[in-house]
Design a protein. Sequence first.
Length: 177
Amino acid sequence: MRYFITWGWLELLSSIPTLSITRWGRIARIVRIFRILRGLRAAKILTTVVLRHRAENSFLAASLVALLLVVFSSIAILQFETAADSNIHTAEDAIWWSFTTITTVGYGDHFPVTSEGRFVAVMLMCAGVGLFSVFSGFLASWFLAPEAESSESEISALRQEIIALRQAIEKIAANKS
């Protein structure tokens, strides 16, 4: 109903060919481009935030990519596996296949039989190996983070000590002159 209140009535009026004034309602369709641009701008801001804090957001970004890969490869495999001898027929089968393929477990109960499906499987396997490398790298950095923080505090303390020594040297040099 909201559609007809906001934009739909303009399109309805613009489809009446006998009234030339109603054709101006077609201009309202251009306004829809601004909605798309707003969505693209939001995606750009989100991407910028994620990339700016890569170390902190690596787990989040890898999880999002893994989820998107599972969803889109499930959709793709359902589209490609339409042969009579295929064994992936339902969305549940496709999601199970995608999840076992991206984790490189591959139980063998569901597998692609078409060339397109096998191509999707190869892409998903390669992406899965890369994503789990990111997950293991994040886990390693999480374990090493306290040590890195302690070395940062040590470096900061050494810098403060160097500054204090320089000031003492300058004060001694000023007293001699």
